[in-house]
Design a protein around this ligand. Structure first.
Ligand code: SAM
Ligand code: SF4
Length: 322
């Protein structure tokens, strides 16, 4: 079992498979970065899998593949199958912008993927294009349809932004209800890479939109999840709210992150990270395990994320995987 320096059980590994992305979301990567991580520094699936086995053997039971856009990594279905063949009861999930999903959903499901989170910020083509800086909606909707059709457990993620998609909070809630999938509203997290003109919405403001039409009941957090659940009293539908501005979910944090080039990051908003790349390239499993132990020991009690200009987080979501 993996226990961090503050006594928390860590059983959730998030792997950012690439920092590259085919969208330029205003809140994440509005501009192409000055440089990408050189391709030769990106760990291959075989190398990543070596670490995945260490993590699973030591107690990880849940793995999420994210990015950047994880579906840009060729052969991702093979990687999913490698993990699934190693431990078939692993809780394996993926987060995607959905653009490439339509043609891949069946293959991903067959490889062993169970759950998929798809970002959906607008149901209006022009607004979706404004947020992603690309005409994306038709393909994303096709991706959502296919994911549901092949039987993946789908969740939708929306980041509400003032004066951009704020008026679609209830529409996206009702769209999710109609598809019988869960939606989670994510508070925009200020960071130095985002478009500086963006204004996010706090959980309370997001709920206010929903309360104009529905009565809701607070249900609480699902285990260690950062998402707080609410139930709509009229029909029993449950949605989630991820509200980091409250700063109250670190105490039950169970996650650790691995980047595409092999940095193990103990916390999304924390600068200390250690690389397992060298150990993995030398097939030194013992060393990789020791580094994992060291990173866990240093996992901070609370994140250092700040929404204030003078101390704005410079961690890029597309690098660490959100
Ligand atoms: N490309 C995939 C996608 O967009 O779903 C996976 C990576 S993305 C970094 C993971 C999640 O982070 C997405 O749901 C996205 O909406 C969210 N995200 C990115 N930047 C954010 C920000 N500044 N504040 C809140 N959520 C953000
Ligand atoms: Fe790409 Fe996802 Fe970031 Fe949008 S949120 S730019 S889709 S990584």
């Amino acid at each position: 079992m993996l226990i961090d320096g503050h006594g928390r059980k860590v059983d959730y590994l998030r792997i950012s498979l690439t920092e590259r992305c085919n969208f330029r979301c205003q809140y994440c990567m509005p501009e192409k970065p000055f440089s990408w991580i050189p391709k030769e520094n990106i760990l291959s699936f075989e190398e990543l899998f070596m670490f995945v086995k260490v993590a699973i053997d030591e107690g990880v039971t849940k793995i999420r593949l994210t990015g950047g856009e994880p579906l840009l990594r060729e052969d991702i279905a093979k990687f999913i199958k490698m993990i699934n063949d190693y431990k078939s009861d692993i809780d394996l999930a993926l987060t995607t912008n959905g653009y490439l999903l339509g043609g891949m959903a069946r293959e991903l499901k067959d490889a062993g993927l169970q759950r998929i989170n798809i970002s959906l910020d607008s149901l209006k083509p022009d607004i979706a294009a404004k947020i992603a800086n690309k005409d994306v909606l038709e393909k994303v909707m096709y991706g959502i349809e296919q994911a549901i059709d092949v039987g993946l457990n789908v969740k939708l993620n929306m980041v509400p932004l003032k004066d951009i998609n704020e008026d679609e909070i209830v529409d996206i809630l009702e769209f999710s209800m109609s598809k019988n999938v869960k939606v989670r509203f994510i508070e925009y997290m200020e960071n130095s890479h985002a478009n500086i003109e963006l204004r996010g919405m706090h959980g309370r403001e997001i709920l206010d939109h929903i309360l104009k039409k529905y009565e809701i009941k607070a249900m609480g957090r699902e285990g260690s999840s950062p998402s707080f659940n609410y139930r709509i009293l009229q029909n029993g539908y449950e949605f989630g709210m991820i509200d980091p501005h409250k700063h109250d979910f670190c105490e039950s944090c169970n996650r650790i992150r691995l980047t595409a080039e092999g940095y193990l990051i103990p916390c999304l908003f924390f600068d200390e990270a250690m690389s397992i790349a060298e150990a993995i390239k030398q097939k030194d499993i013992k060393k990789a395990s020791e580094i994992l132990g060291e990173v866990l020991k240093n996992k901070p009690k609370e994140n250092r994320w700040s929404e204030n200009d003078e101390n704005l987080s410079s961690r890029a979501f597309y690098h660490t995987g959100g």
